[in-house]
Design a protein around this ligand. Structure first.
Ligand code: M6R
Length: 368
């Protein structure tokens, strides 16, 4: 049932083009207008929303962080992201005009379930983004967008994560459509970009061997850092979480702009640092990331740079270059996360760890 793969996780990584396609299936008309029929909240209620709070844990929370960039940009609705367990116990400000979005692959995460129960007690509307039909979180929500990734067996979330990203983009575009903050043709253009994501993810997977070779080089590594900016920042956090879970080594993700405020002190000769470079379309972001890479390289870091096809400016500062397909900045997480998943899976395999059942972890965390 692993279809010839050594691990469910690796199989699930390679299923991502199909999973992304399924997450998009039937969600828009030919003219590009979105229809999310599982959303049982009226359009008037959606127009009245004045704040969105996304609650989630672990990898799902990193999907939420990406969602914030997209949703605020497209809808201009203020959007907060919070770990479910922190949200529930801090007396958050919730009203009938607050939309609480809960992201959970399993739909059974106790922390997130408690958070939505609390939100509904405060009369806020709750929308779940979930991969598991009929699980508790969607059952207790006012609306649900299913991610249609198919069952995810590996404890480390992969296809669950990328399809959460797709669902978040769809939600953002849908809100923009309902509230009129984007013109139909602008929405249709993003939908077109989304429709091309399966082939872009496939293109990254076709070069998996290059990533495996990097993992082979670092089999004795005790620490790895990840840098990103903007929508690439949560991807840095996700790359680090995958390594902690699977390879049991010290791994941390940072916003590249934060380096000089402390983390740059960690850089030492030979330390591997993954750098997610934003597309060149966002010039100011791109330039700042290039400078950050120069800074760490000058201090001895071994830079493993993820940059879009055709971006030559970065080559002199990259010890290793991983090419990403050219996609818009907000959608880049869908392709940028893939090499990081492959790296963690391969490194853990080389270290002899059980990739599907990492120590101390369970697939769904059903206790608070
Ligand atoms: O099922 P959920 O999406 O609610 O799970 C949340 C986290 O427990 C989960 O993402 C965890 O961090 C994964 N093991 C990450 O790979």
């Amino acid at each position: 049932e692993k279809d010839g793969f050594d691990w469910f996780m690796r199989k699930e990584i390679f299923e991502q083009p199909r999973a992304v396609a399924d997450a998009l299936l039937g969600r828009h008309t030919e003219s590009g207008a979105l229809q999310l029929d599982e959303v049982r909240i009226s359009e008037q209620e959606l127009r009245d929303i004045d704040k969105i709070i996304i609650v989630a844990c672990g990898t799902s929370c990193y999907a939420a962080m990406v969602a914030k960039y997209a949703i605020e940009h497209w809808t201009r609705i203020p959007c907060e992201v919070e770990l479910s367990h922190e949200f529930r116990y801090r007396d958050p400000i919730l009203t009938r005009q607050t939309l609480v979005v809960a992201i959970s692959q399993s739909g059974e995460t106790a922390d997130t379930l408690m958070a939505i129960r609390y939100a509904r007690e405060q009369r806020s509307k709750v929308l779940a983004i979930c991969n598991t039909n009929g699980s508790t979180i969607p059952r207790e929500s006012d609306a649900v967008i299913y991610t249609h990734a198919g069952p995810e067996i590996g404890v480390a979330s992969t296809k669950g994560f990328v399809t959460q990203l797709i669902a978040c983009y769809l939600l953002g575009l849908y809100l923009a459509q309902v509230r009129g903050t984007k013109f139909g043709d602008e929405i249709a253009a993003v939908v077109d970009d989304l429709a091309r994501m399966p082939e872009h993810v496939q293109a990254v997977l076709d070069r998996a061997d290059e990533v495996y070779a990097i993992a082979a080089q670092h089999a004795a590594t005790r620490s790895v850092l990840f840098l990103g900016r903007h929508a690439g920042f949560p991807i840095a956090l996700e790359g680090a979480l995958k390594l902690k879970e699977l390879a049991y080594i010290h791994a941390e993700g940072f916003a590249a702009g934060e380096l000089k405020h402390g983390p740059i002190a960690l850089i030492e000769e030979g330390l591997p640092v993954f750098c997610v470079v934003p597309p060149r379309g966002r010039d100011e972001l791109h330039q700042k990331m290039v400078s950050a890479i120069q800074e760490i390289r000058a201090r001895g870091a071994h830079t493993i740079v993820l940059a879009e096809e055709g971006d030559e400016s970065i080559a002199p500062y990259a010890d290793v270059l991983i090419r990403l397909p050219r996609v818009p900045t907000l959608l880049q997480p869908v392709v940028a996360v893939v090499p990081l998943q492959l790296f963690a899976c391969e490194l853990a395999t080389q270290m002899g760890h059980d990739v599907d059942q990492p120590r101390n972890l369970a697939k769904s965390v059903t206790v608070e």
